[in-house]
Design a binder for this molecule. Structure first.
Ligand SMILES: [Zn+2]
Length: 203
């Protein structure tokens, strides 16, 4: 069995967090979902404007080969040579414009589509935002049974959580034994959904 693209990579990082806090190749997350951006043409001596309108899936790069070895946001398909424009980062599903088809980018764009569907269903069903102020998504810090970890992927109606120090992710129910970080050092325990008592469960 092949390991899914997300699970071969370091835990995702929220856009805006210092890339130094993550490992090379970690997917970048914007609003709880994978992010994408176009190439940062300002670093190129002769920008190829046609090729550079393409969106690449965004990952942390700590090995950018040009200049002094920048830490920043790079393309999943070539994080050593393609630096992305950090001023123009979108959700990977947000724009219909041309997506890079190279394998590493394509795998993350496909993951983004799948995760978006999963997350939208989980957000609608569990209502964690409305009930607890939790923005359900990738890269959010959680505690599962009291152990801290990071949401690294979705799996249907469940979350895949990489507990700190444990490489193999665990599959977690959204509310069972789960706490979510809703502010720095602030943990919110969530409750299960009582469908019988839900006032807006029509349809
Ligand atoms: Zn690419």
């Amino acid at each position: 069995m092949t390991v899914p693209a997300m699970l071969r990579r370091p835990a995702p990082l929220v856009l805006g967090a210092p890339p130094e806090q993550s490992e090379h190749g970690a997917p970048v997350v914007r609003r709880g979902e994978l992010a994408a951006a176009t190439r940062d043409a300002s670093y190129l001596s002769s920008p190829n404007t046609r090729a550079d309108v393409q969106l690449h899936a965004a990952v942390v790069t700590r090995r950018y080969a040009v200049g002094s070895g920048l830490t920043g946001i790079g393309a999943a398909c070539d994080p050593v040579r393609i630096l992305l424009d950090e001023g123009l980062i979108f959700g990977a599903r947000e724009l219909p414009k041309s997506h890079c088809r190279r394998p590493a980018c394509r795998a993350l764009f496909e993951a983004a589509d799948r995760q978006h569907g999963d997350l939208e269903r989980m957000r609608a069903y569990y209502g964690l935002q409305e009930r607890h102020g939790v923005d359900l998504g990738l890269a959010i810090r959680v505690r599962h049974g009291g152990r801290a970890g990071t949401v690294v992927d979705t799996a249907g109606r469940d979350l895949l959580v990489r507990l700190d120090g444990v490489p193999q992710p665990v599959r977690c129910h959204v509310t069972r034994a789960m706490e979510y970080e809703t502010g720095a050092g602030q943990w919110t325990a969530v409750t299960t959904v009582d469908r019988g008592a839900a006032p807006a469960a029509a349809g």
